[in-house]
Design a protein around this ligand. Structure first.
Ligand code: PQ2
Ligand code: NAD
Length: 222
């Protein structure tokens, strides 16, 4: 099996091109948009109703035509998702030579990256892949993780972020700082992720009180 290096890529301002307009292409486009892409071009003679609607709404641009290599000029990233295997691998080979990141929806390791399945809870992103060994297992694990790490994680991560900024600014002792941040992370939402922790949101005085409580607990633990 091919080995893969996982990373989180910033896509804002980068041209992303999806070749093909079927249900697989639609899923890839949705994932790009969720991932912050703001310059997505689809090249395909026929597209799904959703891709048509997203074009009409100005969320993506559509070139309603058969793909040619000149289309890929300026693309930072390409996804080949047509139902033509030879075309997909041709796109991958050409894009690779041009130094562009490329994914093929049919033959995973013909491209330079594969797309994971993703659970998003605000800044928390859980990505799963089997590198093409079993997309069905990937989808199953994603459903399980989505249940285990529920919606309560989004506000929890926001609170942790607010706390961390405060602690970095106010606690000089590196060991104490690490202890406070570790204790804070341990106040996980309930196992199903549906509950809330301590309430309070990200208001400055709520974060302040949380920090004081954690500092006391960390001091006791020394
Ligand atoms: C994660 C996800 C992301 C996404 O696509 O957005 C994704 N596949 C998903 C689902 C899924 N795909 C397929 C099934 C049917 C069950 C089955 O066949 O097992 C299901 C399950 C379902 O639909 O429930 C069929 C399938 N997939 C690939 C082939 C071609 C081949 O293997 O040759 C075929 C056969 C096509 C055919 O029949 O011709 C190839 C790839 N699919 C990948 C990603 C990459 C490796 C990911 C990994 O291994 O972890 C890779 C290599 C390339 C790539 O696309 O990057 C998304 C989960 C969405 C979610 O739920 O979040
Ligand atoms: N990665 C995955 O998760 C996954 C899942 C299922 C299937 N697949 C693979 O993905 C491929 C696409 O699946 P689908 O269900 O979206 O297919 P589909 O038949 O619904 O759509 C194919 C699309 O490709 C376009 N196309 C064909 N020739 C083209 C060309 N020359 N230039 C530009 N566009 C062209 C068509 O217009 C159409 O929009 C299949 O080959 C399948 O093997 C991948």
């Amino acid at each position: 099996m091919t080995a893969y290096y996982p990373m989180m890529v910033k896509l804002s301002g980068k041209r992303c091109m999806v070749v093909g307009g079927g249900t697989v292409a639609e899923r890839k486009v949705a994932a790009l948009l969720e991932g912050g892409a703001d310059d997505v071009i689809v090249v395909a003679p026929r597209v799904t109703d959703n891709l048509d609607a997203w074009t009409a709404a100005g969320r993506i641009a559509l070139r309603r035509k058969e793909y040619e290599h000149t289309d890929s000029e300026g693309a930072f990233l390409l996804i080949a998702a047509t139902n033509d295997r030879r075309l997909n691998s041709g796109i991958a080979a050409y894009a690779d030579r041009q130094g562009r990141l490329v994914n093929t929806a049919d033959l995973g390791d013909a491209g330079s990256f594969v797309t994971p399945s993703v659970v998003r809870r605000g800044a928390l992103v859980i990505a799963v892949t089997t590198g093409g060994a079993s997309p069905a297992l990937t989808a199953l694990l994603k459903r399980r993780l989505a249940g285990q790490y529920g919606p309560a994680y989004e506000p929890f991560v926001e609170r942790l972020h607010a706390l961390r900024r405060r602690v970095l600014a106010e606690v000089d002792d590196a060991e104490l700082r690490a202890a406070v941040l570790r204790l804070a992370a341990e106040e996980l939402p309930a196992e199903d992720g549906q509950g809330t922790i301590g309430g309070g949101g990200t208001a400055a005085d709520a974060i302040e009180q949380w920090m004081i409580r954690l500092l006391q607990a960390a001091e006791r633990g020394r």
